[in-house]
Design a protein around this ligand. Structure first.
Ligand code: FDA
Length: 400
């Protein structure tokens, strides 16, 4: 049987980076992935330009049942460290909205960089390669049955990612393996995902598909409510856009989402002022502040829209303004794993060391990246988690 110091399962963002760092530290590393194509999620990320990190990353940008777990790894491998790596590989990048860093050219540049890092570390890669079984070896370490034969290592790093986009290789392998070794898994759920509504409840908004506007969205109990100020997009089945993707990670089925369709403005004051001076109908007055199609759909529900704003009572205008500043919707579900960018939940981090990501139950077993119950916001945070967790794990591995 071939033996290695470490086997890394999953050649995505975390697995490729971990294998390269460990290899360059002198470990004999085997990287295994079942997918035909390498690192598809990096390839399709950021619209093909990979939002590879964010300038400002901290524990508050992540959801987890164990919120402090990510602190150490994020502090030890920062966005600056990854930017320095990009510079060494001469990959040009630029900053977009809210500290988000993207490749100038293509996400392929990041994949090629990670492959070069693996080559520099002498990492062997078996891909595509299916793993049929994993067991602890009697003399310590692990043995894997694969379709390229049995293989053993002192250390096993599980970097098989989350459940989103099954058609490009996502699987629950990491969660099953964790359970096999006695680990708990926090119930996985789709995150960074568009939210949907019952067709009957959404029928009036279907014509708005494609309309986008800035919004403030909030979910959760009033005291602990989480808020995002981002763009909101109407779709045929519900709501999407960065605002909805962000809040979807916090939303739980049955709960409402509160939406301010004119954040930072005071629609009540605007309408009361218009009442004094404007000759417009209400729908046209609203269209001064909102996309015209939204103003029309909003007014279609009652006959107020066709009346001149000057004729409306203050209380009618106030009620309308309050409804648009505090639009409360109850999504019936989400677009699910097919459309989710990431998985919330995953391998429970309370049973792992936060320094080296090693299992407290099974020495030599490590979990990194999205397979863990650590889920980042939209904006480069999930890749930064992949890099930081991979780096912490790789620097904690010793030759077996
Ligand atoms: P990742 O999914 O990258 O890799 C897991 C690997 O394990 C895959 O190669 C898979 O084939 C392999 N695998 C699974 N099961 C296996 C098995 N049984 N045996 C062997 N191998 C197995 N994040 C961000 O920060 N910025 C962004 O711009 C984007 N954009 C984006 C767009 C889209 C469309 C999606 C779906 C996701 C993003 N993300 C993102 C999220 C980001 O892609 C994700 O968080 C990281 O890729 C997670 O890295 P991992 O290495 O943990 O998993």
């Amino acid at each position: 049987m071939q033996r290695f110091d470490a086997i890394v399962l999953g050649a995505g963002a975390a697995g490729l980076f971990c294998a390269g760092v460990a290899g360059q530290r002198g470990l004999r590393v085997l990287l295994i992935d079942h997918a035909e194509k390498l690192a598809e999620k990096i390839r399709i990320s950021g619209g093909g330009r990979c939002n590879f990190t964010n300038r400002e990353v901290g524990p508050a940008n992540f959801l987890s049942d164990n919120p402090d777990f990510c602190r150490s790894a994020l502090a030890r491998y920062t966005p600056h460290d990854f930017i320095a790596l990009m510079r060494r590989h001469r990959i040009a990048w630029h900053e977009k909205h809210k500290g988000q860093l993207f490749c100038d050219e293509s996400a392929e540049d990041v994949i090629a960089m990670l492959v070069r890092e693996c080559e520099a570390g002498g990492v062997q890669r078996w891909q595509p390669c299916r793993v049929a079984a994993v067991r602890q070896a009697t003399g310590g370490g692990f043995e894997l049955d694969t379709d390229r034969g049995a293989v053993g290592a002192a250390r096993l790093v599980v970097a098989t990612g989350g459940l989103s986009i099954p058609k490009i290789g996502a699987s629950d392998f990491g969660h099953r393996l964790a359970r096999q070794f006695g680990h708990r898994v926090v119930e996985p759920r789709p995150a960074l995902v568009p939210l949907t509504f019952e067709p009957a409840a959404w029928a009036g908004f279907v014509p708005l598909a494609g309309v986008a506007l800035p919004a403030r969205v909030a979910a959760g109990a009033a005291r602990s409510a989480v808020r995002f100020d981002e763009d909101l997009l109407f779709t045929h089945r519900g709501l999407s856009g960065p605002a909805m993707l962000q809040i979807s990670s916090y939303w739980r089925p049955g709960e409402p989402v509160e939406i301010d369709l004119m954040p930072g403005g005071d629609l009540r004051a605007c309408l009361r002022e218009a009442k004094q001076v404007s000759k417009r109908r209400l729908v046209n007055e609203l269209a001064q502040h909102l996309p015209a199609r939204l103003a029309e759909a909003w007014c279609a529900a009652n006959e107020l829209g066709t009346r001149p704003v000057a004729e409306l009572k203050d209380r009618e205008l106030d009620a309308l303004a309050a409804g648009l500043h505090r639009w409360t919707v109850r999504p019936s579900g989400s677009e699910g794993w097919r459309k989710a960018e990431v998985t919330a939940g995953g391998v429970d981090t309370r049973e792992l060391g936060s320094q080296d990501f090693q299992s407290r139950r099974v020495p030599g077993l490590h979990f990194i990246g999205e397979v863990l119950d650590v889920c980042g916001w939209l904006g480069g945070y999930n890749f930064q988690w992949a890099w930081a967790s991979a780096h912490a794990c790789a620097t904690g591995l010793s030759p077996g």
